[in-house]
Design a binder for this molecule. Structure first.
Ligand code: G1P
Length: 291
């Protein structure tokens, strides 16, 4: 029997230097797309896939992320007093169950693999999801729910994948592919940030994973890979052959919100998709693109 997926790890220790000065006193994961911070998109997406327990891997200066998921008692009292029902209902609908979010600190920036290893006690013996909040996906069915379906059927490891231009393979984890059926691609190998001429394909991992707990054992070897960091991709590649491993060409559009242009594109796409904002945003955009 496949163990149900209930846990997610959210690596949020990064410094966000690409968004300075906005991120000088605020975690980059608190940057909003329209009116919701990136971290909350990740949590909402995970909850839509049935995930109930979260572990944020944080660092210094990340307190706002923890506060964001707490009850803001004074704010709620003021909203109630002023009869701001809508705002109050919104806050309450997003409240997390007490005890469902824990945090660990990464302390030293040794890479994504090291960040996940820091959550090893939380992971225990259970399959777990990873969501990188910089990667935002706009889709009808939440991306993590699409991955969870594959995990449920195979009991194995699953990563979300998308095609990238050849010249960009050195920015991502890249798949060596086996059999393909529908959107599912069998993973035969994984390479972190290969040069275009060395890349085994142009299928990249995006920041959505469901992994079996065995990956923690491989991470604990602390082998350094690309960029002299402990790479999650390297530890994942050691899982191949021991359990099913698939890449899923998910349905939806991925935005790289760690990049300024990607972040701006996400603002526009998410605003256009909103019934309350879409029509007026479409109208003002015409003004800018036609001039
Ligand atoms: C990380 C992973 C990489 C993956 C990417 C997705 O890279 O190491 O395999 O393709 O996230 O966004 P990073 O963006 O941290 O350099």
């Amino acid at each position: 029997m496949v163990k149900p997926l209930r846990k997610a790890v959210l690596p949020v220790a990064g410094l966000g230097t690409r968004f300075l000065p906005a991120t000088k006193a605020m975690p980059k994961e608190m940057l909003p797309v329209v009116d919701k911070p990136l971290i909350q998109y990740a949590v909402d997406e995970a909850r839509a896939a049935g995930i109930e327990q979260f572990c944020m891997v944080t660092g210094r200066g990340k307190t706002a992320l923890i506060d964001h998921f707490d009850i803001a008692f004074e704010l709620e009292a003021t909203l109630a007093e002023r009869n701001k029902r809508e705002a109050l209902d919104l806050l309450r609908s997003e409240a997390m169950a007490p005890g469902s979010i824990s945090t660990v600190r990464q302390q030293v920036p040794l890479g994504l693999g090291h960040a996940i290893w820091c959550a090893r006690t939380f992971i225990g013996d259970d399959p777990f999801a990873i969501l990188l909040p910089d990667d935002l996906v706009l889709s009808d069915t939440p991306c993590m729910a699409q991955l969870a379906q594959v995990h449920h059927e195979t009991g194995g490891n699953v990563v979300a994948i998308s095609e990238v231009p050849r010249e960009q393979t050195n920015r991502y984890g890249i798949l060596k592919t086996g059999e393909t059926s529908g959107g599912r691609v069998e993973v035969k190998g994984l390479v972190e940030k290969p040069a275009p001429q060395d890349a085994p394909s142009n299928l990249s991992i995006i920041g959505r994973y469901i992994l079996l707990p065995e990956v923690v054992h491989h991470l604990s070897q602390m082998e350094r890979g690309a960029g002299d960091e402990v790479q999650l991709t390297d530890a994942m590649s050691k899982l191949i052959g021991h359990a099913p491993f698939h890449g899923l060409k998910f349905t939806g559009t991925r935005f790289d919100c760690g990049d300024k242009v990607g972040f701006l594109e996400a603002q526009i796409a998410f605003a256009l998709a909103r019934p309350d904002l879409g029509p007026s945003v479409r109208e003002f955009l015409k003004k800018y693109v036609n001039s």
